[in-house]
Design a protein around this ligand. Structure first.
Ligand SMILES: NC(=O)c1ccc[n+]([C@@H]2O[C@H](COP(=O)([O-])OP(=O)(O)OC[C@H]3O[C@@H](n4cnc5c(N)ncnc54)[C@H](O)[C@@H]3O)[C@@H](O)[C@H]2O)c1
Length: 245
């Protein structure tokens, strides 16, 4: 049976991914810094899921997460590195070093730590695997007011391509998903922070609506699956056509 790991699995896109993986027959570890939402998601899925608390910005915590996955379900086939945070938008010159560093720690170093420990396990197993990293439209174009988020999400694409080259011969594929605006808690807070509640931004979306978390999860799970068996090092934009405008 396929064993999958999802960071940020307690809410939003990660939660939708964990649910979908389980629906498609995988055993799923739901990992999140919020132990209660991770546990609630795993309990809702049932016997084929287990929860663990992790801080992806802490290498030792990530190592323990992968060890837990192997102990609980006997290996690791698919890893979805989805955990992330969004900083408060501000003018470029107003961001402090602390603002910068926390987002880099979680959104970029976190993906690096996850990939290192996941790849170590996949190499030891010798049966290939798939990793999907969560970038963003901000991996290609800037997120207004969030320079550290933009830098981190660009960096995730670099890490993805790097590992895709190095591990392809071992049968491990590494890809990234770049969602556009998706209806989750942080996106809602971001829109609510705008003077017009995000009205203008929503009108600019080609499909006149945001993505649902499930629509992003479907891309993640496809990239993990054998249906994407020759897709490697790719950056899959799932934004309803926004970036092509
Ligand atoms: N919602 C969007 O519009 C959108 C667009 C592009 C990219 N993304 C990316 O998608 C991912 C998921 O975002 P979301 O909108 O579902 O947000 P969300 O807040 O609903 O989910 C993120 C999850 O990550 C967890 N998390 C935060 N810091 C963590 C840490 N240090 N260690 C482990 N878990 C941690 C949170 O507890 C939360 O459950 C993020 O990487 C985000 O940057 C979201």
């Amino acid at each position: 049976m396929t064993v999958a790991l999802v960071t940020g699995g307690g809410s939003g896109i990660g939660q939708a991914t964990a649910r979908l993986l389980a629906e498609r027959g995988a055993q799923v570890v739901v990992a999140d810094v919020d132990a209660s939402t991770a546990q609630a998601t795993a309990s809702e899925i049932g016997k084929s899921a287990a929860a663990i608390a992790v801080d992806v910005a802490d290498g030792a915590s990530v190592e323990a997460m992968v060890a837990f996955t192997v102990e609980r379900f006997g290996g690791l086939d698919w890893a979805c590195n989805i955990a992330g945070i969004a900083p408060d938008p501000k003018p470029f010159l107003d961001h402090s070093y602390a603002d910068w560093q926390r987002t880099i720690d979680v959104n970029l170093s976190g993906v690096f730590f996850c990939m290192q420990h996941e790849l170590r396990q996949m190499v030891v197993q010798g049966r290939g695997g798939a990793i999907v990293n969560m970038s963003s439209g901000a991996g290609i174009v800037p997120a207004p007011g969030q320079p550290q988020y933009t830098a981190a999400k660009h960096g995730v694409l670099g890490l993805t391509k790097q590992a895709a080259q190095e591990f392809a011969a071992l049968g491990v594929r590494v890809n990234a998903v770049l969602p556009g605006q998706t209806e989750t808690g942080p996106m809602r807070a971001y829109l609510d922070g705008m003077p017009d509640g995000g009205e203008r931004m929503l009108r600019r979306l080609p499909m006149k609506r945001m993505a649902t978390p499930l629509e992003i999860a479907q891309a993640v799970v496809w990239l993990c699956s054998d249906d994407a068996s020759y897709v490697n090092g790719d950056s899959l934009v799932v934004d309803g056509g926004l970036i092509t405008r």
